[in-house]
Design a protein around this ligand. Structure first.
Ligand SMILES: [Zn+2]
Length: 121
């Protein structure tokens, strides 16, 4: 989602928010793992490179990016970048839900039926 607006210093700015769920493979148990991502960033649009430098010098907020509007604005690419940044570098469940169950299943398959019966009794 993109919202246009004006920054406190009077420059044109875009607020870029990305949110949603992505499905990635967990690096530990290799089952799909859903992540919620939510990210918001503010871009100030500058007329040209000199203007961009000027704006950067004027505002001391590192979380705000200044981009040159005329190189503009591949918004799809901006959103993709934003989404990629919001994604975890290495996808892992906090607690892998299926590993214990899978181990148990594998264990049962390897065992003879008698062993399983013994274990159950
Ligand atoms: Zn996992």
């Amino acid at each position: 989602m993109i919202e246009g607006g004006t920054s406190g210093l009077g420059f044109s700015q875009l607020t870029l928010s990305v949110s949603g769920s992505v499905s990635l493979l967990c690096q530990r148990c290799l089952t799909p793992c859903t992540f919620d991502i939510a990210s918001e960033s503010i871009l100030i649009l500058a007329k040209d490179d000199a203007h961009a430098d000027e704006i950067e010098a004027m505002q001391d907020d590192d979380t705000i990016d200044v981009i040159v509007g005329s190189k503009a604005l591949d918004l799809v690419a901006l959103i993709e970048d934003e989404a990629l940044l919001a994604m975890p570098l290495s996808a892992k469940h906090e607690v892998c839900p299926d590993v214990a169950a899978l181990d148990a299943l594998n264990g049962v398959k390897k065992s003879s039926p008698f062993d399983v019966l013994k274990r159950l009794s």
